[in-house]
Ligand binder design. Structure first.
Ligand code: PHE
Length: 349
């Protein structure tokens, strides 16, 4: 029996030398130490060994078992190291190669312009007021004095939300936030609503044909000032100052009459083309002026809808497109770049 154990050990150890990979290791372990191995057979049959030999055989069988387990562990790490050495050789690790450049993200150009706009307005005392993107038809149009049947209400301009009791739209401009803000301020003191000076930034949505000039979603920044003695000259002064802070201290502005349902009178503000200095170029289309924003004195019906008595309060509002301003500032020719996620475009800012 002792001879047999010696033989079991010798056979197993020489077989182990042939083992080269993980699968063969497992097979070896199964064959030489597993439940059906010869060695396990010896342990199982120990009861049949003559009583006087039993101690010796048992001791020797244990020694073999320990020896095989130790040999297996050693071989395992040899196999592992050999595999690592092989893979290093095959992968041709070149430690002298320069490292891969670490790519930095950046702030999107539209966000940069949005932040700059809010910073300037903030310096001028306009506090940010954020409002919802999904609006009721009432806030997006009705309270803003859009007469029934106004073309902007039609399906092709607005995205309607399906499956709601009352008509819900993706806001087509930031102006509905005017009503929400006025109502919130007025609710704090209905007898004496406090003055308001806020900026309303955010994404707007219009169901339009996507072209180099128009996108179906874009950012706007709205401004709203309400108080007891606010006049059109406050509007002009504020917006001219804004233009100088945004486009440079020599930026000249002009106001043209325009129509918006929620302001009266209404205007559009142009800034002198900063690329050609008013000479006329292809950015300003030879006009020398660039249209920057819409504005006007808050319509009495809008003040009323917001809870402000139009006989006591007046105010002005303005709204501008953020991507449009970014396009003018950076001479970007196509608004679609803003949503294109093309790194060659984005990494220029
Ligand atoms: N809401 C208008 C637009 O989307 C802009 C605007 C805002 C005009 C406030 C006047 C006053 O074009």
């Amino acid at each position: 029996m002792l001879d047999k154990l010696n033989e079991i050990q010798a056979t197993a150890l020489s077989a182990l030398e042939e083992v080269q990979d993980e699968a063969a290791l497992q097979a070896w372990k199964q064959k030489h130490t597993g439940g059906n191995s010869e060695l396990t057979g010896v342990f199982k049959g120990i009861g049949k060994v003559a009583k006087e030999d039993r101690g010796k055989v048992g001791k020797r069988a244990n020694e073999v078992k320990v020896a095989l387990e130790a040999a297996l562990t050693a071989r395992k790490s040899e196999v592992k190291e050999a595999a690592l050495a092989r893979s290093l050789e095959e992968d041709h690790l070149d430690v002298t190669l320069p490292g891969r450049p670490f790519r930095h993200g950046g702030i999107h150009p539209a966000t940069q312009t949005l932040r700059r706009t809010l910073k300037i307005l903030g310096d001028m005392g306009f506090q940010v007021y954020t409002s919802r993107e999904v609006e009721s038809d009432a806030y997006n149009f009705e309270h803003l004095n859009f007469p029934p049947g106004h073309p902007a209400r039609e399906m092709q301009d607005s995205f309607y939300i399906e499956g709601t009791d009352t008509a819900q739209v993706m806001r087509t401009h930031t102006s509905p936030g005017q009503i929400r803000a006025m109502r919130e301020y007025a609710a704090s003191n209905p007898e004496n609503p406090p003055p308001i000076r806020i900026s309303l930034p955010g994404m707007c949505y219009r169901s339009e044909q996507i072209t180099h000039r128009s996108e179906i979603q874009f950012n706007q920044v709205e401004g709203l000032a309400i108080g007891e003695f606010i006049t059109f000259s406050d509007l002009k002064g504020t917006l001219s100052d804004f233009a100088r802070r945004m486009f440079g201290q020599h930026a000249r502005t002009r106001f043209r009459a325009q129509h918006f349902p929620f302001t009266e009178p209404s205007a559009e503000m142009d800034v002198e083309c900063f690329l050609c200095g008013g000479e006329g170029c292809n950015v300003c289309k030879k006009a020398g002026w660039l249209e920057i924003l819409g504005c006007g004195m808050v319509h009495p019906n809008v003040l009323t809808a917001g809870g402000y008595d139009p006989n006591r309060y007046t105010g002005f509002a303005f709204g501008m497109g953020t991507e449009r301003q970014a396009m003018l500032r950076h001479n970007i020719k196509d608004i679609r770049y803003f949503w294109g996620n093309d790194e060659r475009f984005l990494e220029q800012f």
